[in-house]
Design a binder for this molecule. Structure first.
Ligand code: NAI
Ligand code: MG
Length: 501
């Protein structure tokens, strides 16, 4: 197998990036101040493409996180944030969007280095963050805050208010993008936020915390609490002073967060994993579909919750499509995320690399064929967490076909007809995003609408658009999803005001 790897010198770091990374330690942002851990603890975040330490970050304790929730509660009660006219509040969101956009090259380098994300894709994530802020700012400004209801014998209205302090725990695969999806609707509605970034990738969220402070956000409106999941994350999720909680990550941790929120009756939004299917019919343009499937599974090295990880292919084109995909996967340029030629960067950590390699072995032990064997990849001069893309085939009862791997690994299976394609796609505990591929658009719509998932895509995969609700059902999530008007409405509490006539 030939691997095109390009150990080309990365673009020089921007002075602002070097300055940010070379701070002795980077603190959290609480109540408008940079804060360090009360026990002086720090943790290191590394560049997954080299394994080298990038920065030292404050490892906040449970008590420090409790202070951050207090700061958010104080800001909600005492600052003008929740009460100011929505257009004034949204000036702050637009200011943050404009500043993040102006600093796109800085934020993209920080995100690329910290996550192992290809630089151009990191820049797209920064733009997505900017667009999310603008989308929710304009939505909030156009929302009716008082809806009159016509009922017999009563004067009635529903009035919206912000909830108060909201907690967010975000994962390491799309830190900045997911931070935006969380905080933008919450802030636009007038809530205050406490954000716990993932310990593998805290830097872009911290940068945004400092930026908001610099732009004059009232103290305590946006707090960022770096730390470990089991301590800082657990403290945030169990705080009874929160009014809403949102978590994105693994179903295992999602369950724990939901239990903690349940104990306090705090409403919770969970965005969890997936095991998406691409259902490919025999009338497609095979090279074009192969190209898109390979792009999807190698995008951010497969660390994408809504990816197509089960490729269900109609029998008569199975061999041809698999061959096309395997050829393209072998040609994917693996390298450091900042190198210009790199198409696929490293996994985020050695822990994730062990997980992915472990699934390849477990899958094979369980009877799957390694059509494209995958395995660890080496990139000359780069000691990063690289893996090769892989294809497995066999029974869909296999562990590698059932569980989320979170790497560039697709599981292949043939199907006979439309009914079987839909049945196999739905035979999973997850319910995030599936796609259907065919030139028969009537069939596409029929199949897409039959998926037991929250997203059904036609002749494309991973299609997430501001304004279209995005969420998960079954093991993939609960609590209403993100990215649309429905999300903004979740960040208001309603009061029904009624007078008998
Ligand atoms: P994780 O679910 O442990 O981490 C996500 C976030 O939760 C991080 O901010 C972490 O600090 C926090 N966290 C961890 N334990 C916590 C706890 N007890 N209480 C509160 N917060 C806690 O995910 P991990 O271990 O990094 O990845 C494992 C697998 O999870 C991946 O291989 C993938 O399958 C899945 N995952 C799915 C994501 C998605 O976008 N749906 C994102 C990240 C991981
Ligand atoms: Mg890192």
């Amino acid at each position: 197998m030939t691997l095109a790897s390009h150990p080309i010198a990365a673009p020089a770091l921007l002075p602002e990036v070097s300055a940010f990374l070379s701070k002795a330690k980077i603190g959290g942002v609480v109540g408008g101040r940079e804060v360090f851990a009360s026990d002086d603890g720090v943790f290191e975040t590394v560049d997954p493409g080299t394994g080298a330490v990038l920065a030292r970050v404050a490892r906040l304790t449970a008590a420090d996180v409790n202070h951050a929730v207090d700061a958010a509660a104080h800001a909600f009660a005492k600052s003008d944030w929740a009460r100011m006219p929505v257009n004034e509040r949204c000036v702050f969101l637009h200011r943050l969007a404009d500043a993040a956009e102006a600093r796109k090259p800085i934020l993209a380098q920080i995100e690329s280095l910290d996550c192992g994300k290809v630089l151009a894709q990191a820049a797209d994530d920064v733009q997505n963050f900017v667009d999310t802020l603008r989308y929710f700012a304009s939505l909030a400004q156009n929302l009716e805050m008082r809806t009159v209801i016509a009922v017999k014998g009563h004067e009635a209205a529903v009035v919206r208010h912000a909830w108060g302090p909201c907690g967010f725990i975000i994962p390491w695969n799309f830190p900045l993008l997911l931070c935006g999806w969380g905080i933008a609707p919450a802030l636009a509605a007038g809530n205050t936020c406490v954000v716990k970034p993932a310990e593998d990738t805290p830097l872009s969220t911290l940068y945004i915390g400092f930026l908001a402070r610099e732009l004059g956000f009232p103290d305590g409106v946006l707090n960022v609490v770096p730390g470990m999941g089991e301590t800082a994350g657990a403290a945030l999720a169990s705080h009874s002073g929160l009014r809403r909680m949102s978590f994105t990550g693994s179903p295992e941790v999602g369950r724990e967060i939901a239990a903690k929120c349940g104990a306090n009756l705090v409403p919770v939004k969970l965005e969890l994993g997936g095991k998406g299917a691409a259902v490919v019919f025999n009338d497609v343009d095979i090279p074009a579909v192969a190209q898109k499937l390979v792009q999807a599974i190698t995008f951010h090295a497969g660390q994408v919750c809504c990816d197509a990880t089960r490729w269900l292919i109609q029998k008569d084109i199975y061999e041809k499509l698999v061959d096309e995909c395997a050829t393209r996967m072998q040609a994917v340029a693996i390298g450091h995320q900042m190198d210009a030629q790199t198409q696929m960067g490293p996994l985020v950590s050695e822990k994730q690399r062990r997980r992915v390699l472990g699934y390849l072995e477990k899958g094979e032990t369980g009877g799957a064929r390694r059509v494209l064997p995958g395995g660890a990849a080496t990139v000359p001069g780069r000691n990063g967490f690289f893996v090769k893309p892989a294809l497995l085939a066999g029974s869909l009862d296999n562990v590698a076909a059932r569980e989320e791997i979170f790497g560039p690994v697709a599981y292949l299976a043939p199907f006979k007809d439309e009914a079987e394609g839909v049945r196999l796609a739905n035979a999973t505990d997850y319910g995030l995003g599936n796609s259907v591929w065919s030139t028969d658009l009537a069939r596409c719509r029929r199949v897409a609408e039959s998926f037991e998932s929250a997203n059904g895509w036609i002749n494309a995969h991973n299609v997430v658009v501001h304004g279209v609700p995005y969420g998960g059902i079954k093991k993939s999530g609960m609590g209403g999803g993100v990215g649309s008007l429905a999300t903004l409405l979740d960040y208001y509490r309603n009061i029904s005001v009624v007078r008998p006539l």
